[in-house]
Design a protein around this ligand. Structure first.
Ligand code: ADP
Ligand code: MG
Length: 306
């Protein structure tokens, strides 16, 4: 007997390096009309590197001291940016200290107590918003001004910026470079052709870093500065207009959007456990080109079934 078309499509997807979790999923993938891609770890290789460290005025810490504190706070995190900060500290031979009270906020950053100091590492925009929310006394609003100056600098560049705050003082700005995945532009073009609509970039990163990557990968529609719930809202908005959205993501921050979308694909290598569980399909071979390939397989199987 020959295999039913959807099952043979699943087998085929497996040969392409994509694990599709069920025949229902295999069938749904061919019906997508719009694709939303995450940036870090999805369109990019997800292995960013720290390219420069700027210690900010008003800090008494040295570059190495701030980096060691940041890396110690980031050590428990599985985020690609966190790994980059840890690697940068290791390369300088800096000793990491254990972090207490570690907390990670998806799309924002991390916070931990290291050597008795409260260390926050994360999105300059988000840290500014938090500082604003806290500012009641005159002293706090001076902190707010310092943050604002930092954020203006942070957004002036194509590269991702991460702010390190030590005991409430903005102490250093790290810049990270993250290259597009090989084949990202081709995958974007393939998805555009298959769905007849322009793929969208959804990211928690700053607008300038997002725009830079979008230009490199042929994406025209960019939504930046998003929290996990904002990614969900974007998906719901499109689906309410009758689109069937495919979300491709990797981070814990993408799990809610993957769950909300018509279809969700996770990048396996960089993917967090929660994301791999939530997704309908997982790219195990770490190539973005497999995403349009699987949509095309589903289309073909559907034509046979119908
Ligand atoms: P993306 O949507 O591009 O995958 P995320 O939503 O994971 O990005 O993160 C958005 C922003 O939040 C990052 O650009 C960074 O500024 C900040 N961020 C999140 N997690 C971390 C972390 N562990 N360390 C430093 N910054 C972080
Ligand atoms: Mg990501």
């Amino acid at each position: 007997a020959t295999m039913p078309p959807l099952l043979s499509a699943i087998a085929n997807a497996g040969r392409h390096g994509v694990l599709v979790k069920s025949a229902v999923v295999m069938e749904r993938l061919g019906a997508v009309t719009k694709v939303a891609l995450d940036k870090t770890g999805t369109l990019t290789a997800g292995a960013p590197r720290v390219t420069d460290i700027r210690v900010l005025p008003g800090t008494e810490l040295t570059e190495d001291e701030v980096l060691a504190l940041a890396a110690s706070a980031e050590h428990p995190s599985e985020h690609p940016l966190a790994r980059a900060v840890v690697v940068a500290a290791r390369e300088r031979g800096l000793p990491l200290e254990s972090a207490r009270d570690f907390a990670a906020a998806p799309g924002r950053g991390v916070r931990a107590v290291v050597a008795g100091r409260v260390v926050q590492v994360g999105s300059p925009d988000r840290l500014l918003a938090d500082a604003d929310a806290d500012s009641r006394t005159g002293e706090a609003s001076r902190t707010g001004e310092a943050f604002r100056a930092v954020v203006a600098v942070a957004d002036d560049h194509a590269r991702t910026a991460v702010l390190v705050v030590v005991d409430g003082t903005p102490s250093a700005l790290l810049r990270l470079a993250d290259l597009p995945r090989p084949g990202a532009a081709e995958a974007v073009a393939g998805l555009r052709e298959l769905t007849g609509s322009a793929p969208v970039l959804l990211t928690g990163d700053t607008p300038s870093a997002a725009a830079h990557l979008a230009a490199e990968t042929g994406i025209e529609d960019v939504r930046a500065g998003l929290l996990p719930q904002d990614k969900v809202a974007a998906v719901r908005e499109w689906e309410a207009r009758g689109e069937r959205v495919l979300v491709v993501g990797d981070g814990v921050n993408d799990a809610p959007a993957l769950a909300a979308a018509h279809s969700g694909i996770a990048m396996g290598r960089s993917g967090s456990d929660l994301t791999l569980e939530t997704a309908d399909a997982v790219v195990v071979r770490d190539e973005l080109a497999t995403v349009p390939a699987v949509v095309a397989l589903s289309r073909r199987a559907r034509r046979v079934v119908v």
